[in-house]
Write a protein that binds this ligand. Structure first.
Ligand code: DX5
Ligand code: ZN
Length: 232
């Protein structure tokens, strides 16, 4: 069993109410959220823009929670050092954006952060075969990256289960993260399939009208039920 067992919830800041950032951060901490998830978009790899390293640095100065930086950018090697300098603890790059993925993952490790690799819904799990020694986290995208508030791509549920089986064969502990429409209902299925790190956005923790603490507790409960149904 080589998927890290512990359930972790990573709060997606692009879905938070940024008009009240400090207050939202205190609520996330009080709710027991584990990581802060930064969706970094460059208008090329995905058709949208979000935050740069300055935002990561400012948020990092306001909270002790680990910074989980999801780079949806082309040429990630150019930006990895500056995001780590800004406070990124975990840096996740897209397989599809890396010509020399092995080199990029080594760069993240050498610069002092924990490397992860993300796969779009249509990208085969086989692309992971030769990098599993170099990552601490695998991210299975459950929507096409670029926007919050999308519907789950159904085929990704089987993909999570297959990724779990693949990671279980490895000697190292690797987190299995999911990102996109992680509602409580979907989280139950995702954790039943083997996911242990959930990115919580507008489908759960930042659902309009719901309090962060209650929405987090509901998501955690659903995730635990899902993991228990697998025996995990
Ligand atoms: C999508 C982003 C996600 C997004 C998830 O490109 O990577 O992190 O914020 O949020 P919801 O819950 O809206 O799918
Ligand atoms: Zn993300």
């Amino acid at each position: 069993m080589s998927v890290k067992g512990t359930l972790k919830i990573s709060a997606s800041l692009m879905c938070a109410d940024l008009r009240h950032l400090e207050d939202q951060l205190r609520q996330m901490e009080a709710a027991g959220l584990d990581w802060l998830h930064f969706d970094i978009m460059d208008g090329h790899f995905v058709p949208n823009f979000t935050f740069g390293p300055h935002f990561v640095q400012q948020v990092n100065a306001m909270s002790d929670l680990p910074c989980d930086v999801h780079l949806m950018v082309e040429h990630p090697d150019q930006y990895i050092p500056v995001f780590i300098e800004a406070g990124a603890d975990i840096v996740v790059v897209h397989q599809e954006a890396c010509t020399h993925l092995n080199r990029t993952l080594q760069l993240i490790r050498r610069e002092g952060a924990s490397p992860g690799v993300a796969l779009n819904p249509a990208t085969s799990l086989q692309t992971l075969d030769y990098v599993l020694d170099d990552v601490d986290l695998v991210l299975i995208m459950t929507v096409n990256p670029g926007f919050a508030g999308q519907k789950l791509v159904p085929a990704t549920l089987d993909k999570i289960a297959h990724a779990y089986e693949r990671l279980a064969e490895t000697a190292r502990d690797i987190d299995l993260q999911v990102d996109g429409n992680v509602s409580p209902e979907n989280a139950r299925k995702m954790c039943a399939a083997g996911a242990n790190v959930l990115v919580a956005g507008s489908a759960s923790v930042f659902r309009p009208g719901a309090a962060i603490a209650e929405a987090t507790a509901e998501l955690r409960r659903a995730a635990r039920e899902g993991a228990a149904s697998r025996g995990g």
